[in-house]
Design a protein around this ligand. Structure first.
Ligand SMILES: C[S@@+](CC[C@H](N)C(=O)[O-])C[C@H]1O[C@@H](n2cnc3c(N)ncnc32)[C@H](O)[C@@H]1O
Length: 403
């Protein structure tokens, strides 16, 4: 009898184009992990642990081999009927064929695996998710001669879309309205608030290929030039290019985490954007220095008129050159690349009692926390699924100064 462990090797066959494998894991980035006949790893999108599939190799780079499923021979127990007809083709919901419980398990695994790999100690992590329906408040469409779509997973092949259940239908209507006049290829960014007001920005591509070379930008607004978002800690504003937490259902968990865990007189916030988290922090600290590199976001943050916050347009990595300051706590919410080395060095010597680190990339989060180890240790870790259906995951960590 063939045991499940031996299944891959025994059933694996070369039939000209395709081989066969059983998917044993999911890698960060959204790929199912299988095994090639020669024992190397094959990364296959749109699969899940337990699937037995035939596939063809699309890219072979010695250690990293990528492929495309030809046929699902035996579907995994974790598979569901996708909630959108474009799943499997569109790059947006690369986990859209996986039941939600399993999605959460996979995402929690991304975080704990990264922490383990970096030898970081941590308490039990919890994960909170949300409904995929209409969760997104912003989207980047691709437009081709008036038709809206997205890219295929990890590619720049245009996939026209008829539906997108993770967006409100009003956002799709607005995108169609703007797109109908677009000739050729364009990016189209649409952001909407809960009042139905929207911003749209188009970026036209002049070259024949989808590439940022020769990109010409034209802004077009629908409704207002800036959008206000009401939260339980106050209103913040976003503009055409400023960052916005992309989930309308549960982004408030990030603010709540900052509110619940902020304490001390003097606060420092790094990568503050338009002040979304600052609103919560400002309720707890007497004085805050908030730092953001993108000047228009700082101008929007000032609209909140927070009397106890001093805004700075600066790179966070220049914090060490901004004069000596005593801080009781630090909040940092960097982009995917994580904290620059100068920032981790600064935090290590800051003397702050508490650090709140909010991260959208488990690997850079784990790297940065391991750099802080010896000086700071994790007290609490809360994972938040801000992007159901995708491989992305948000992690909130509270670190305490080691005594
Ligand atoms: C993940 S967003 C977080 C923004 C804000 N905390 C929020 O929740 O809306 C990261 C922010 O860092 C800014 N940023 C990127 N690199 C930076 C740097 N080196 N120094 C300061 N800010 C930076 C970006 O413009 C963006 O606003």
């Amino acid at each position: 009898m063939v045991s499940k462990q031996n299944w891959t090797k025994i059933s694996c066959k070369e039939n000209g184009l395709s081989q066969q494998t059983r998917i044993r894991d999911t890698a960060y980035g959204g790929y199912g992990v299988g095994t090639l006949e020669d024992g190397r790893v094959i990364f296959l999108p749109h699969t899940v642990e337990g699937d037995t599939v035939t596939f063809k190799i699309t890219e072979d780079k010695a250690k990293l081999v990528y492929g495309e499923v030809v046929e699902i021979i035996n579907p995994s127990e974790h598979r569901i009927e996708p909630y959108c007809k474009h799943i499997g083709e569109c790059g947006g919901c690369v986990f859209g064929h996986i039941n939600y419980e399993k999605q959460l398990e996979i995402k929690k695994g991304f975080v704990t695996t990264a922490l383990d790999r970096n030898k970081v100690e941590y308490p039990e992590a919890t994960i909170v998710g949300c409904d995929y329906k209409e969760f997104r408040n912003r989207a980047t469409f691709r437009v081709y001669n008036g038709t809206i779509g997205f890219y295929k997973f990890k590619s720049n092949t245009f996939v026209p879309i008829e539906e997108c259940p993770v967006l409100k239908s009003s956002m799709i209507e607005k995108a169609r309205e703007v797109a109908k006049d677009i000739k050729g290829k364009s990016y189209l960014y649409v952001t909407e608030n809960d009042k139905g007001e929207a911003l749209a920005r188009t970026e036209y591509l002049l070259s024949s290929k989808y590439s940022f070379d020769g990109l010409k930008s034209r802004e077009q607004s629908i409704g207002r030039k800036h959008l206000g978002y009401d939260t339980r800690y106050g209103t913040f504003w976003v503009g055409f290019h400023s960052f916005l937490q992309g989930n309308r259902h549960i982004s408030n968990l990030l603010q709540d985490f900052v509110f619940e865990n902020s304490e001390g007189r003097l606060g420092l916030e790094l990568y503050c954007g338009t002040g979304y988290l600052t609103l919560a922090m400002a309720r707890k600290c007497e004085k805050i220095d908030a730092i953001e590199s993108y000047a228009p976001s700082v101008r929007l943050a000032e609209r909140a008129k927070l009397k106890n916050v001093k805004w700075h347009i600066s790179l966070s990595e220049q914090i060490g050159t901004m004069g000596k300051r005593k801080v009781d706590m630090i909040v940092a919410d960097p982009p995917r690349t994580g904290l620059e080395k100068e920032v981790t060095n600064y935090i290590k010597d800051s003397g702050a009692q508490k650090i709140i680190y909010i991260s959208c990339d488990p690997n850079t989060l784990a790297r940065d926390i391991s750099r802080l180890s010896g000086k700071y240790a994790i007290e609490k870790i809360q994972i938040c699924d801000l992007f159901p259906g995708s491989y992305h995951v948000e992690t909130m960590v509270l670190l305490n100064k080691v005594k």
